[in-house]
Design a protein around this ligand. Structure first.
Ligand SMILES: *[C@@H]1O[C@H](CO)[C@@H](O)[C@H](O)[C@H]1NC(C)=O
Ligand SMILES: *[C@@H]1O[C@H](CO)[C@@H](O)[C@H](O)[C@H]1NC(C)=O
Ligand SMILES: *[C@@H]1O[C@H](CO)[C@@H](O)[C@H](O)[C@H]1NC(C)=O
Ligand SMILES: *[C@@H]1O[C@H](CO)[C@@H](O)[C@H](O)[C@H]1NC(C)=O
Ligand SMILES: *[C@@H]1O[C@H](CO)[C@@H](O)[C@H](O)[C@H]1NC(C)=O
Ligand SMILES: *[C@@H]1O[C@H](CO)[C@@H](O)[C@H](O)[C@H]1NC(C)=O
Ligand SMILES: *[C@@H]1O[C@H](CO)[C@@H](O)[C@H](O)[C@H]1NC(C)=O
Ligand SMILES: *[C@@H]1O[C@H](CO)[C@@H](O)[C@H](O)[C@H]1NC(C)=O
Ligand SMILES: *[C@@H]1O[C@H](CO)[C@@H](O)[C@H](O)[C@H]1NC(C)=O
Ligand SMILES: *[C@@H]1O[C@H](CO)[C@@H](O)[C@H](O)[C@H]1NC(C)=O
Ligand SMILES: *[C@@H]1O[C@H](CO)[C@@H](O)[C@H](O)[C@H]1NC(C)=O
Length: 575
């Protein structure tokens, strides 16, 4: 944030507290603020700004063709020969260029014709066409056409046009084609499905789908104990990842032990992400270890109103020192400079802690609303659906901003206290929030905070054992042949109940679908509930939850759905 732009000359200089309190307008950085909003009593209400606006549709009211492309994976290695680009060419009311109407009846009618070239050599990598208003089109190419593998990304450009040649589209991107790395680990994100793929010695140096499920783990009362049995107990619950809240210099034995047992960790740079020497020192220490899968830079920079450029600076330093692992930022706010605060993130984590809050009136003696107050969960209602609503909101901002969607993780609440959160979530609420997160596209779970209560530790471990292993993992992380999560409308016939959330992942190569279902309500639904699943024939297996679903004519059906019930069901599809 550039404070100088927000200061008016009249409020610079020494401010007396009484002046602050009587200030009626403005945006004083010395006021206690969270997500830009004043949260203590006695300060004026003002619009904190930073909201992501829905863009105005183009005045023509006609279809704009929004063309975007990315490499399928965030990086490729010299040990691979084929790369892949994903091309989206969908109609958008907001972004793109007017697609001209045509009366042509040739094979090129309503197709977008394009070439993707290396910027440095102009060598064409892909020359093809896609039907307009389609996304997720994939094109393979020979990686060696880029040039030799190297640490810096290769810039690439897409030129395209309709059959008539006018108008034209130019879009740029980068692709990483790196020398293979045989020590340590390599993590890449899938720009099409969002999931993580990791390789290290434990995976025989082959990329394998990875679903991180674990906790931010405390130094005090855990890592500081320097006890490998505590790490074993954590992993034995079924947890697959950790964000240790300590650095190499503090807990070398614990991190080395996690390397040895392949308990993957996101390395914590939170305490020094603003400090170039700190980031450098720590990345050099961490980068060649087999257990690292990512770096965590900024924790809630939007909540703290950190300067925008710091996480971007940390990310580019990380990429320079270690192009093999992504940088991760945790966001806290619902609508505060999303574009700026997410720009330094390869992966976005989202803190949504809605359970046991007073969503309308805070411990600071203030009302909470979109311009004022801090009730512990920004613009939340204090219900499990706050989780899925937040995740949908972040995806919507990406659409409005015309950004390629980033991989996202959910940070579930496993704590209470600080006078914001009256109680821990129940086991049922915890499961409901996490299945909602998966249904809405999350690719990892990092809960705050370990050690948690034994009850919640076991609750997370139980779900982790199902979702991080076959066959669920392959659906949730996604890969070739798996589509989803697709949203489906669950129905309670004869009522207007819309509280059941459902999503479907389809594996066309095996004719199976995974269905995730959550009753987000605190009451049992004593009626038939139906989830439409195209081509469903029979239930193969209930993988999670006690609800006994059956298939009746392309509907997944149950006669009674308990409060906060969660399910993952594998069904067979007509081949
Ligand atoms: C397409 O054909 C229709 C009917 O022949 C004509 O009215 C229209 O102007 C044509 N549009 C274009 C873009 O050529
Ligand atoms: C583009 O596709 C979307 C989603 O499939 C559809 O709703 C929309 O009508 C299409 N737009 C046009 C102009 O064909
Ligand atoms: C890729 O291109 C290189 C150099 O042009 C060639 O030697 C190699 O055989 C090609 N590989 C494939 C899989 O086509
Ligand atoms: C490509 O990467 C370079 C840094 O290597 C960066 O400056 C540039 O903005 C990136 N371009 C795109 C389109 O992301
Ligand atoms: C790991 O491999 C890289 C080359 O890929 C090398 O530069 C580095 O020194 C190696 N690190 C260790 C600890 O052996
Ligand atoms: C590990 O990879 C090597 C080389 O690709 C292969 O020969 C071997 O069969 C693999 N081992 C396992 C257990 O997958
Ligand atoms: C941690 O434990 C190991 C093995 O028991 C020991 O060698 C090391 O000195 C301990 N480190 C600390 C910081 O206590
Ligand atoms: C920045 O990090 C370095 C290396 O860890 C440390 O020596 C220095 O004190 C830090 N600077 C600040 C301002 O914290
Ligand atoms: C929130 O706090 C206010 C003020 O103490 C109280 O009136 C209100 O009932 C509380 N709401 C909930 C849901 O607890
Ligand atoms: C939010 O709360 C503040 C403080 O009570 C109040 O002045 C303001 O009008 C409220 N804003 C909205 C949008 O309700
Ligand atoms: C359903 O089956 C039909 C016929 O086999 C197939 O074309 C269609 O893609 C299938 N749809 C889904 C969602 O599996």
């Amino acid at each position: 944030m550039v404070w100088s732009q927000l200061w008016t000359p009249a409020v610079t200089g020494v401010l007396l507290v009484s002046q602050v309190h009587t200030q009626q307008t403005g945006n004083n950085p010395d006021w206690p603020r969270w997500c830009g909003k004043v949260y203590e009593a006695g300060y004026p209400n003002f619009d904190p700004g930073g909201q992501t606006p829905q863009p105005r549709p183009h005045p023509c009211g006609c279809p704009l063709l929004h063309v975007q492309f990315q490499p399928r994976y965030s990086l490729y290695l010299s040990s691979e020969s084929q790369g892949e680009f994903v091309v989206n060419a969908d109609f958008s009311p907001f972004h793109g260029t007017i697609w001209p109407p045509t009366n042509s009846s040739t094979q090129w009618a309503n197709r977008f014709i394009f070439s993707i070239n290396s910027v440095e050599t102009d060598v064409p990598l892909v020359q093809a066409t896609v039907p307009v208003n389609t996304t997720g089109n994939r094109f393979q190419f020979n990686l060696s056409r880029l040039g030799p593998p190297r640490l810096d990304p290769y810039p690439v450009v897409l030129y395209g046009a309709p059959e008539s040649g006018q108008p034209s589209w130019t879009v740029i991107a980068n692709i990483s084609y790196l020398p293979d790395k045989l020590n340590g680990s390599v993590t890449r994100t899938d720009n099409l499905k969002g999931g993580l793929w990791v390789k290290n010695a434990a995976s025989n140096n082959t990329f394998a789908p990875y679903l991180p499920y674990g906790f931010y783990a405390s130094h005090d009362n855990f890592l500081r104990e320097n006890d490998t049995k505590l790490i074993d107990a954590y992993q034995n619950l079924g947890l697959t990842g950790m964000v240790p809240l300590a650095s190499w210099s503090e807990i070398p034995e614990m991190l080395s032990y996690m390397d040895d047992i392949d308990l993957k960790y996101m390395y914590n740079l939170r305490y020094g992400y603003k400090n170039v020497s700190y980031v450098t020192e720590n990345v050099l220490q961490a980068r060649d270890h087999p257990g690292i899968f990512a770096y965590w830079t900024a924790d809630e920079p939007d909540g703290w109103q950190d300067p925008f450029d710091l996480s971007v600076q940390a990310q580019s330093l990380i990429h320079q020192l270690d192009p093999y692992h992504p940088a991760v930022v945790t966001l806290n706010c619902q609508n505060y400079y999303f574009k700026e605060y997410s720009s330094g993130a390869d992966i976005i984590m989202s803190d949504v802690y809605p359970i046991g809050i007073n969503s309308t009136f805070s411990k600071w003696g203030t009302e909470c609303n979109v311009t004022h107050g801090d009730c512990g969960c920004d613009n939340c209602q204090g219900i499990v659906q706050d989780v899925s609503d937040r995740l949908d909101t972040l995806s919507e901002y990406e659409k409005w901003l015309g950004l390629w969607p980033k991989t996202k993780f959910h940070n579930p609440q496993s704590f209470h206290g600080q006078d914001y959160w009256l109680r821990d979530p129940t086991v049922e609420e915890e499961h409901a929030m996490n299945v909602l997160a998966f249904n809405h596209g999350m690719k990892g779970i990092i809960s705050w905070l370990w050690p948690s209560s034994t009850v919640l530790a076991e609750a997370h471990g139980k779900l982790a054992k199902v979702v991080t292993r076959s066959p669920v993992k392959e659906f949730l992380v996604g890969g070739d042949g798996v589509d989803g999560p697709g949203r489906v409308e669950a129905r309670v016939p004869g009522t207007g109940i819309e509280i059941v959330d459902a999503a479907v992942w389809v594996d066309k190569t095996r004719n199976k679908a995974l269905i995730g279902v959550v009753n987000g309500g605190y009451a049992d639904i004593e009626r038939r509930v139906e989830v439409p699943v195209v081509n469903a024939t029979t239930v193969d297996k209930t993988l999670w939850g006690g609800v006994e679903w059956r298939v009746e004519g392309e509907l997944l059906v149950v006669d009674r759905l308990p409060a906060l019930a969660t399910s993952f069901v594998l069904v067979n599809l007509r081949g």
